[in-house]
Ligand binder design. Structure first.
Ligand SMILES: [Zn+2]
Length: 200
């Protein structure tokens, strides 16, 4: 994405960035990748049953290249998007940026999360964002991953222990606040005093 796109996003004051994997172009590419991958594995099975000497893998090599190119394009789209989001965040010149100290390697061990986490390039994003902020003199606050961001009401501080992962809206039993779950969590992240400042 161009610097013009970054400027536009800063001007619009975009507050939420969509998941790059839910964008149309990623979805289309992923679908195509699955199809071409299937074609590739079929050609493998066919070649396996050939006798030595009559092994003809030319088409298989061609198909392998198709799959590799699709993988590379998807990876590039994700990388480019990370750089775009980080640039927009830095260009808005915040006093500080608070991020949750996600346990990415721990999440990768969870087989239900691993694919989603890996395809978001979370650690790459974090690394890039921190580097960008330090470069521009923006404070980066790292908040402990055990801090109960989503369960605390950002309005009054009351804890809502019954909130489950499926609840997308946070409703406070104390002050009747109704707020998007992720937005509530990000407000808690923003205003907490329990953080460490990243220095390098
Ligand atoms: Zn409340």
């Amino acid at each position: 994405m161009s610097s013009k796109a970054v400027k536009q996003a800063v001007m619009n004051g975009d507050r939420a960035f969509e998941n790059v994997n839910r964008q149309d172009r990623s979805r289309k590419l992923e679908k195509r990748l699955i199809r071409q991958q299937r074609k590739l594995s079929r050609s493998y099975v066919q070649n396996k049953h050939r006798k030595e000497g009559e092994f003809c893998a030319k088409n298989r090599r061609k198909q392998l290249l198709v799959v590799q190119k699709l993988h590379a394009r998807l990876a590039n789209i994700r990388k480019e998007y990370i750089r775009f989001v980080a640039s927009v965040l830095v260009k808005t010149k915040p006093a500080y940026i608070a991020i949750k100290d996600l346990n990415v390697s721990g999440m990768m061990k969870n087989r239900h999360l691993a694919r989603a986490v890996a395809s978001q390039n979370l650690s790459q994003f974090r690394e890039f964002l921190i580097a960008k902020c330090l470069e521009s003199g923006i404070e980066v606050r790292l908040v402990d991953r055990w801090f109960p961001f989503s369960k605390i009401c950002s309005g009054c501080g009351e804890k809502n222990v019954s909130l489950s992962l499926a609840d997308r809206i946070f409703i406070c039993g104390n002050c009747d606040l109704e707020i998007d779950r992720d937005f509530n969590a990000s407000l808690n992240l923003k205003y907490t005093n329990e953080y460490t400042v990243v220095t390098s």
